[in-house]
Write a protein that binds this ligand. Structure first.
Ligand SMILES: [Zn+2]
Length: 308
């Protein structure tokens, strides 16, 4: 048995995992953001609730472990930001600790028990507030030891013109320090940014999508431009990785017509000509972070021959 965690900015979710198909969520707890002692105490509470000694602990966290220094970048939870979190938690809690990025856990969940089942190479894409992703090959998370693989949201690559007729797109500055990242135009905040640039109107992404679904002309233009900007880097990602399926998670993945449009635009641009949808809605709608972390933990325990 292992205990997996999904550490979010507002809640810590825990779960007990005995197998790929036997993952049981535990009670949620608020995330202590500023006090590491309280953070550890909250984890202890989850482990106590599990009621038996786990073979290891695995975590899905909205942050990235630097593969060189092992330091975690997690801006929204200051008490763990910058820490060597796996080592710190192993010392505090006395168990083997695995830490993985939430987009990586999402990709793992989809590859093993979601829309990616049966595919050798699965690229999980997040279209939420921003843009993220994770890569699983032959059932293995490419970032199992930390790292930036799958981060198709970042890099100065957005086209200077997009849409039909083409309109000039500014190279918006991104939180990562670059300009013109997919993250600046591809998620909910990106749609809002594009809409403001194109029409001078500030609306929420929900409003823009709602208008788009009612065939509002301004919203149609915004979504057309967004799809045009996002489809090329996603097609390139498919060409590079050899992924044969791209399950999409995050809030925008719930807008099915948006994914249908994106899938068509992406498949127009990939080298391989797929005769079926490739960019598809995720299937692990409930707790993908918890499931993905659990799968990583179970895999680790299986390979290290601990008693589960
Ligand atoms: Zn960026």
């Amino acid at each position: 048995m292992i205990v997996s965690f999904d550490i979010g900015g507002s809640a810590i979710k825990g779960g007990i995992a005995r197998s790929v198909t036997d993952i049981v969520p535990l009670a949620r707890r608020p995330t202590p953001k500023d006090n590491f002692g309280e953070f550890v105490a909250a984890l202890r509470g989850v482990i106590a609730e599990a009621g038996e000694k786990p073979a290891c602990l695995s975590f899905s966290i909205a942050g990235v472990v630097d593969p060189d220094t092992q330091a975690l970048t997690c801006a929204n939870i200051p008490c763990i930001h910058g820490r060597h979190l796996a080592a710190d938690l192993e010392r505090e809690l006395g168990y083997t600790v695995l830490i993985a990025n939430d987009a990586d856990c999402f990709a793992m969940a989809e590859a093993m028990s979601g829309a990616g089942r049966g595919h050798r190479i699965v690229f999980g894409a997040i279209l939420g507030t921003g843009v993220g992703g994770g890569l699983v090959a032959d059932g293995r998370l490419v970032n199992a030891a930390g790292g930036f693989a799958g981060e198709w949201g970042h890099g100065p690559i957005i086209a200077s013109f997009a849409g039909n007729p083409p309109v000039a797109i500014p190279a918006y500055p991104c939180g990562c320090g670059q300009k013109g990242c997919v993250d600046t135009v591809g998620g909910a905040r990106g749609i809002e940014r594009l809409h403001k640039t194109l029409h001078g109107v500030e609306l929420s992404s929900e409003e823009i999508i709602g208008h788009w679904l009612k065939s509002d002309q301004q919203a149609q233009r915004t979504i057309d431009v967004m799809i045009d900007l996002v489809a090329s880097p996603l097609a390139l990602t498919i060409n590079i990785t050899g992924a044969t399926i791209v399950p999409v998670g995050g809030g925008l993945s719930n807008v099915e017509p948006l994914l249908v449009r994106l899938d068509e635009a992406v498949r127009d641009r990939t080298l391989r000509k797929f005769g079926r949808p490739v960019v598809v809605p995720s299937q692990c709608k409930l707790e993908p972070g918890l499931i993905g972390a659990a799968l990583l933990g179970l895999q680790h325990v299986g390979e290290h021959d601990h008693a589960a």
